[in-house]
Design a protein. Structure first.
Length: 460
């Protein structure tokens, strides 16, 4: 026991005085607690260390599980399994995380613990979201939300709102995402959850950035950075640094951008955050590309793709493949670029991502146009135009039919697969209409569009 306390003291030297007091209090309670009740304090220590030292968090959770099983404490066993699942989740070990969450969910259900049930549903949904299974993620989040509302659990509701916002965000419905992020931020502020406020600010920053509102994006990220520095949350500190680095890249401040991205990468590497590392590598590759360091850029892109493949993140793989294809296209390696675009396109259809599908159609058309293969350029230009038209038509149809609000393009709960099917039908309708027009006129006008796009792309 004395040896354990000494190691604990060494680990806590860098913590703030208030954090030190919290840990001291938990350790004192652990020492005083009778053996059958030690699992509660062990789980509390596991939760505390989650944002400070993941390995220490896992150790306390495993001790809690062993103790709770010995004394048949189902509540603490379930909590320990949930904590172990969270350790694996932050390490991007999704199969192990889901296995432990499902065990915890079963245990919580056996004792009718609605709080635990909601937390596990939410955590399993996080895994589905990270693996691009958006339909399943939304289903689980809304199921979790029902338990939170039944319990009047504002903290749980806030977390679930934020996660729902992230799913809409990943489907490019930024207005819907911002709506749920703001709902979450309001509740987090009410209950005084500072780290929760930081999470909401990060998410808002990302949504504003993708909506090209860069000043708002930078403002929210800097607020989040300040919060996480003060709280010592290194996991989210890495994310803040990456986001600021990316915004600096977008405003052409390359040297400062690289500095922030490398700092983020080093933090994420120390935490074993592979998903975050893949993002850093992809962004660093883009800096090298702009600077003309082609070999370095390719190396960063390959490293990023390999990590995404390892994690099973199909949306991330599709995005990395498209980025690699763009890089090759810009550097005159057109045939090779088409292979990357086609691979990305196949994955994009599998995960039903209209945005990614459209991007690949457009780039493939540009690639064939640079090769003077105008027949294939026409084919993929037609697919790109039909896809955009079909999305617009679908939006109008659904608005008229009252399926969902006009701003919710392809993003409603359990709507995505249905809408993809409708898009395919509308594209077929468009092809029939196209056949009734003078083919030469369509062909020549599209070639002009493609060539203008290529010329604009390569000017300067």
């Amino acid at each position: 026991m004395k040896k354990g306390l000494l190691l604990l003291f060494i680990l806590l030297i860098g913590l703030s005085a208030s954090s030190q007091n919290s840990v001291d209090s938990l350790v004192n309670e652990l020492k005083k607690a009778p053996n059958p009740k030690k699992s509660h304090q062990l789980n509390a220590l596991s939760k505390f260390y989650r944002s400070v030292d993941l390995e220490k968090s896992r150790e306390f959770a495993e001790q809690a599980l062993e103790n709770s099983l010995e004394y048949s404490n189902v509540l603490e066993s379930a909590t320990a399994l949930k904590n172990i699942g969270t350790y694996h989740y932050f390490k991007s070990q999704f199969a192990e995380a889901k296995e432990n969450y499902l065990k915890a969910l079963k245990a919580f259900k056996s004792i009718d613990d609605n709080t635990g049930i909601s937390a596990c549903l939410n955590n399993i949904a996080n895994i589905s979201k990270d693996q691009s299974n958006f339909k399943e993620a939304l289903k689980m989040y809304f199921e979790s939300l029902k338990y939170d509302e039944k319990l009047n659990d504002n903290a749980g509701i806030a977390a679930t709102y934020s996660n729902i916002g992230q799913v809409y965000h990943l489907q490019s419905d930024y207005l819907k995402a911002i709506e749920f992020y703001n709902k979450s931020l309001e509740l987090e502020t009410q209950i005084g959850n500072v780290d929760g406020e930081g999470e909401c600010l990060l998410n808002l920053g990302a949504a504003y950035e993708e909506n090209e509102s860069y000043d708002e994006a930078m403002l929210n990220n800097k607020k989040a950075l300040k919060i996480f520095k003060e709280s010592g949350n290194t996991l989210r500190l890495g994310l803040c640094l990456n986001n600021i680095g990316w915004l600096l890249f977008k405003t052409n401040n390359l040297d400062e951008s690289r500095k922030f991205l490398l700092e983020s990468f080093n933090i994420r590497k120390s935490q074993g955050d592979k998903s975050g590392m893949a993002t850093n590598l992809a962004n660093l590759g883009k800096i090298e590309e702009v600077k003309g360091n082609w070999d370095n850029a390719l190396e960063y892109f390959f490293q990023s793709i390999l990590i995404e493949l390892e994690l099973g993140n199909r949306l991330g793989v599709a995005g990395s493949l498209t980025s690699k294809g763009q890089f090759l296209l810009k550097n005159g390696r057109t045939k090779q670029s088409i292979d990357f675009f086609l691979n990305s396109l196949e994955i994009s259809w599998e995960i039903q991502s209209p945005k990614s599908i459209g991007e690949n159609y457009k780039y493939i058309a540009e690639a064939y146009a640079t090769m003077n293969d105008f027949e294939k350029a026409y084919k993929f230009s037609r697919l790109y135009i039909n896809l955009n038209d079909s999305i617009n038509k679908l939006n109008v149809r659904n608005a008229i039919e009252g399926n969902f609000a006009s701003t919710e393009i392809l993003t409603g709960e359990e709507k995505t697969a249905e809408n993809i099917s409708k898009i395919k039908d509308i594209v077929v309708e468009g092809s029939k209409y196209e056949a009734s027009l003078p083919k030469a006129l369509i062909f020549s006008s599209l070639i002009i569009v493609v060539m203008v796009l290529v010329r604009l792309k390569y000017r300067g």
